[in-house]
Design a protein around this ligand. Structure first.
Ligand SMILES: NC(=O)c1ccc[n+]([C@@H]2O[C@H](COP(=O)([O-])OP(=O)(O)OC[C@H]3O[C@@H](n4cnc5c(N)ncnc54)[C@H](O)[C@@H]3O)[C@@H](O)[C@H]2O)c1
Ligand SMILES: [Zn+2]
Length: 337
């Protein structure tokens, strides 16, 4: 099956047929040490660059290394970079492709659930600077995305859960039917049933593509994708939870915030909490001092003129963006069970 996003297609299936030849004359496949071990032979005919697995590879040093390799391999403006890996490889490959010779083509072949439902779609690319995440980057759309859900069979449970956090987010912000589907098919989804995985990847890509098409460069509307992320990011920096686990907790807290402000009812908060728990997410805040959380939220880049704008939940499938004061946020954090 296929989903359209801007001027490219996202292909979803198992054993997706990928014919690279229409995308360029020369290719370089970027992978990390894990995706090389597992899927290194996926593109047997093309040269590869392997970076260390992990977030540390989204660095200036690795960016420099990949650019240097691209030059050594003689990549030119007709060449194409292929990202075979999770969000780390995708963000790095996209940033290299977006800046090498002022921008060449790249193709996303995402191998984690998070990358299939989120990072490979939408064209945000970039690297970290020290501890500051994603602070250097460009918008550069891929020429195509190929989501092969059979890759997911090798993913550790924690990484699957991380991607599921984003899938649940799409249900919350845009799609009550997806939300119900996630409630009704827990067993099949946890068992990575191909039909169910393809369905949730497809719906997630459709929703993200629709949002990105309305607001490619995140001027306003695209911010609805940040539901759970304002508090979630602060949790992520101060805990050992994965991105998806942190935003899951962020969604619970931001839903509670919405309820405290009279924007949604209590049943909505309960439904989200129960669904996340059913997929094994922690919905209790780990032992992080509230001041540290508040401080991080305040310095978050989404703060505009001293007020933090939150994506608030009106009901499952409906959100609005609204400024929230520190006092209102404090009230929610201090009244946690
Ligand atoms: N560009 C965007 O819009 C966007 C959106 C969300 C997240 N991100 C970025 O994505 C990154 C996180 O992505 P991620 O969660 O995919 O992390 P990741 O790329 O680090 O992958 C997680 C781990 O799984 C391994 N792996 C990859 N595929 C595998 C497979 N099929 N089987 C077994 N192991 C596999 C990787 O080697 C790594 O160890 C972060 O850097 C984040 O900032 C970007
Ligand atoms: Zn996210």
């Amino acid at each position: 099956m296929q989903v359209n996003c801007l001027d490219y297609q996202i292909h979803i299936g198992t054993k997706v047929d990928i014919d690279l030849s229409s995308y360029g004359t020369k290719f370089l496949v970027l992978m990390d040490t894990n995706t090389e071990r597992l899927f290194g032979d996926y593109f047997p005919d093309y040269p590869r660059i392997v970076v260390e697995a992990g977030e540390a590879s989204k660095s200036m040093e690795t960016y420099d290394h990949v650019l240097t390799e691209a030059l050594k391999h003689g990549l030119d403006r007709q060449s194409c970079i292929v990202a075979l890996g999770g969000g780390v490889v995708g963000d790095l490959a996209g940033f290299v492709a977006g800046t090498y010779m002022r921008g060449i083509k790249f193709i996303q072949v995402p191998t984690t659930l998070l990358a299939q439902v989120d990072s490979s779609v939408g064209g945000k690319t970039g690297i970290n600077l020290g501890n500051t995440k994603n602070i250097v980057g460009v918008f550069h759309q891929p020429a195509a995305v190929y989501c092969d859900t059979s890759f997911l069979a090798h993913l550790p449970e924690k990484e699957i859960r991380s991607g599921l956090g984003e899938v649940i987010k799409y249900g919350c912000i845009k799609d009550p039917e997806l939300f119900s589907y996630l409630e009704e098919h827990i067993e099949q989804i946890v068992a990575l049933n191909p039909e169910h995985m393809q369905h949730i990847v497809q719906r997630s890509c459709e929703i993200k593509a629709a949002v990105v098409q309305q607001d490619e460069k995140e001027s306003d509307y695209r911010r609805i994708l940040n539901f759970g992320h304002t508090i979630g990011h602060a949790v992520e920096v101060h805990s050992t939870l994965t991105h998806g686990e942190s935003i899951a907790l962020g969604m619970v807290l931001e839903a509670q915030l919405s309820h405290t402000l009279g924007v949604c009812d209590e049943e909505t908060v309960d439904r989200i909490t129960k669904l996340l728990q059913a997929y094994g997410f922690t919905t209790q805040l780990p032992d992080i001092p509230k001041e540290q959380l508040l401080e991080k939220i305040k310095t978050d880049k989404k703060t505009i003129a001293g007020k933090t704008h939150y994506v608030l939940l009106e009901a499952i499938g409906n959100v609005r963006i609204q400024p929230v004061t520190e006092a209102q946020l404090n009230e929610v954090l201090c009244n946690l069970p």
